[in-house]
Structure formats: structure tokens, C-alpha cells
Design a protein around this ligand. Structure first.
Ligand code: OSB
Ligand code: MG
Length: 368
């Protein structure tokens, strides 16, 4: 396709409840939304999953907006014709920024697929029409508040609970949630909050039949995770550390992880996500789709990915109502613990423009 223009928009959406993790508390979601238009008028949408501040990863909204305008879009405009499959290579000279690159690649892929009248799910090789939903539960103000929140999700039909943990909020909340719901699939996410010598402490989670412990140590500490995996019986699952296919290969070779969380933004896009999925299928490593508090735009694409056959564990693919009172697209509504995979062309959803305009903080158009 020949790209005509990009529209770069930042929006701000309040969360239905504060989301506290070991890296901070989010009360709203600021999102950089990318819209691309090609010479034939095909439009593609994507969201950059970077957050307002560089707390989960080095990327952040204002930084990515600058990077995209200053370097990435000019590199794309140098090509007269481009396909989504070329984007990663064209942008590779500019280091890092997988979330910014993923947003551009996904918007272009959406426009390309709409032009070809094909859904993202079929393009990726999805085999499921609906996916099982898990939910990520923030660090609560009290045990009572935690039980109330988890109970509301279980009543809503969620099929897997993930508790955010940090030192001081770990063994006890897990013990009580496990005692209250003895059979619910349960896992924890530490977002790098522990140290190499916390192995004995984290082993105290072993009696509670957890599916996995997500990212206990620093994202760069692959050897530390390998050491921890020998001390702790609960499977280790890396999130922040898996920034590419190569990082996944290294972590598996070093036995630092036995489950992998794939987030398209974190690995540079859906095409790299498919490569990691394929590696995991070949190695019989269970995979699940992570979340970044996406709006309906990112959620639609994640559901297409999570419908691939290797995604054997429920993901952080929750319903719109878990995050927002009003979503930017038609809301994703859970039915019996599942969300339907969109079947329309491209990502299969479109933002509601009136609402999008209402929550827009800034908007600019970059033309060739
Ligand atoms: O570590 O998985 C994470 C949200 C923002 C940043 C990092 C993470 C998360 C979540 C929520 O756990 C996942 C979701 O429901 O989108
Ligand atoms: Mg995580």
C-alpha cells in the first residue's frame, strides 16, 4: 500500500477502579491511538500500549509520540509502497520502542487486511471463535476489599484470577483467596518486585496450587529467574523479560521460564508474537495473552491473537467493563467466561468517533 497519512491522537479514559501494582497506581488510561489512511482510502487503527510513565517498560506516551513523529513515520514515508510484513525491518535501525513500532505495524496491518477483506484472526491463523477470559486483580487496600473484588469477578464468570503481589502483599492474600475458592485457576504477578535471594520466601506460595508466578525479578535478570525456578515449585512465567523471539529463545534455553506471556506491544507487534507462539508450540511451552489495560481497539487485536492454538491458558483478555464505564468501541461483553473473537475485516472493530473526540487530549495529522 501507499501510506497517505497518519493521525496521532492521545486520549484519556478513566478506569472503573484504581489499578495498583508494584510499579504504581493507575486511575486512568492515557493511550496514543494511531490511525493510518492509504491512497485508496483504506483506514487502519491501533493503540500504542505504552503507559503515561515509564514504570512497566521504558516507553511512555509522550516519548513515543515524539519518536513516532521524529523518526518512525519519516522512515515509513521513505518507502513509496509498503506492506505490514516490511515494517519491522524498516524501523529496525531505530533501537528499542517495541510498543511504538507495534502500533504502527498494527495500524498498517489493519488497513491492509481491510483492503484485502480479511480478518486479523484468519490472517494470524486463529483456530478458535471465542477465548477464555482471565482477570488481573490489583493490590487491594485490605483483604476484605480483595475478597470483595475477586468475588465479583468470579460471579461475573472469569475463569482465571491473577493477583498482583509485592513484598508485604503476597503469601497472605494468596492463602485467603485460595481458601475461599479452592478450585479457581489462580496465578500471581510480581512485576519485578523481588530479589534473587527471595527464593525461600516465594517458595511459601508453593502450597497454594498456583498456575504460575509472573516476572518476580528484574526484566534483565534471566539467570536470576533460572535460579529461582530451581528453588520454587510453582512455574515461573516471564512477562517483561520477553521482548522478542530471541529473548524467548534465550529464556527457554536457560530454563528461566516454563510458561510465556505474549504481549504484542512488548515484543514489537503481532507478527513477532506469532513467531514466539510458534516457538512455544514447537517446545510445548504453554502461552497466554497478556494485557496492557487496552481499549477496545487493542483488545480486538489481542483476541485474534489469543485465538491461535498455542494460547492454552486464559489470558488477561477481560471484558471492557472490567476497565472502563464506556469503551471507545462497542464493548466486549463476556458470555460464560468467554469473549468472542471479532470476525470483521482487519481488527474487526471501529472506534465510536463522537466518544473518541470527547476524550481526546491532543490530535495531529502527519502527511507525506
Ligand atoms: O504486568 O501484566 C502486567 C497492566 C499494565 C501493565 C502491566 C501489566 C498489566 C496487567 C493488567 O496485569 C492486564 C490487563 O488486564 O490488561
Ligand atoms: Mg505482568
Amino acid at each position: 500500500m501507499k501510506i497517505q497519512e497518519f493521525e496521532l491522537r492521545t486520549i484519556l479514559l478513566p478506569l472503573v477502579r484504581p489499578f495498583r501494582t508494584s510499579f504504581g497506581t493507575q486511575t486512568s488510561r492515557e493511550v496514543l491511538v494511531v490511525k493510518v489512511t492509504d491512497e485508496n482510502g483504506n483506514v487502519g487503527w491501533a493503540e500504542d500500549v505504552a503507559m503515561s510513565e515509564p514504570l512497566y517498560s521504558p516507553e511512555y506516551v509522550a516519548g513515543n509520540l515524539d519518536l513516532i513523529k521524529r523518526f518512525l513515520i519519516p522512515a515509513l514515508f521513505e518507502r513509496s509502497e509498503i506492506r505490514a510484513e516490511d515494517i519491522a525491518e524498516v524501523l529496525a535501525p531505530y533501537l528499542g520502542a517495541p510498543m511504538a513500532k507495534a502500533a504502527l505495524e498494527t495500524a498498517i496491518l489493519d488497513a491492509q487486511l481491510r483492503g484485502e477483506k480479511k480478518s486479523l484472526a484468519s490472517y494470524l491463523g486463529a483456530t478458535k471463535s471465542k477465548v477464555e477470559c482471565g482477570v488481573s486483580v490489583g493490590i487491594a487496600p485490605s483483604i476484605d476489599a480483595l475478597l470483595e473484588e475477586v468475588g465479583s469477578y468470579i460471579d461475573a464468570g472469569y475463569r482465571r484470577i491473577k493477583l498482583k503481589i509485592e513484598p508485604g502483599w503476597d503469601i497472605e492474600p494468596v492463602r485467603i483467596v485460595r481458601e475461599t475458592w479452592p478450585t479457581i485457576p489462580l496465578q500471581v504477578d510480581a512485576n519485578q518486585a523481588y530479589a534473587r535471594n527471595d527464593g525461600d520466601h516465594l517458595a511459601k506460595l508453593d502450597p497454594y496450587n498456583l498456575l504460575l508466578i509472573e516476572q518476580p525479578l528484574d526484566e534483565h535478570d534471566i539467570l536470576g529467574h533460572a535460579g529461582l525456578a530451581k528453588k520454587v515449585k510453582t512455574p515461573i512465567c516471564l512477562d517483561e523479560s520477553i521482548v522478542s523471539l530471541r529473548a524467548a529463545e534465550d529464556a527457554l534455553a536457560l530454563e528461566a521460564t516454563t510458561v510465556i506471556n505474549i504481549k504484542p506491544g512488548r515484543v514489537g507487534g503481532y507478527l513477532e508474537s506469532v513467531r514466539i507462539h510458534d516457538l512455544c508450540v514447537e517446545r510445548k511451552i504453554p502461552v497466554w495473552c497478556g494485557g496492557m489495560l487496552e481499549t477496545g481497539i487493542g483488545r480486538a487485536a489481542n483476541l485474534a491473537l489469543a485465538a491461535m492454538p498455542g494460547f492454552t491458558l486464559p489470558g488477561d483478555t477481560s471484558a471492557s467493563s472490567r476497565y472502563f464505564k464506556v469503551d471507545v468501541t462497542d464493548p466486549f461483553v463476556m458470555d460464560d467466561g468467554y469473549l468472542d473473537v471479532p470476525t470483521g475485516y482487519g481488527i474487526g472493530v471501529e472506534p465510536h468517533m463522537d466518544f473518541l473526540e470527547e476524550i481526546t487530549k491532543s490530535k495531529e495529522i502527519v502527511t507525506r
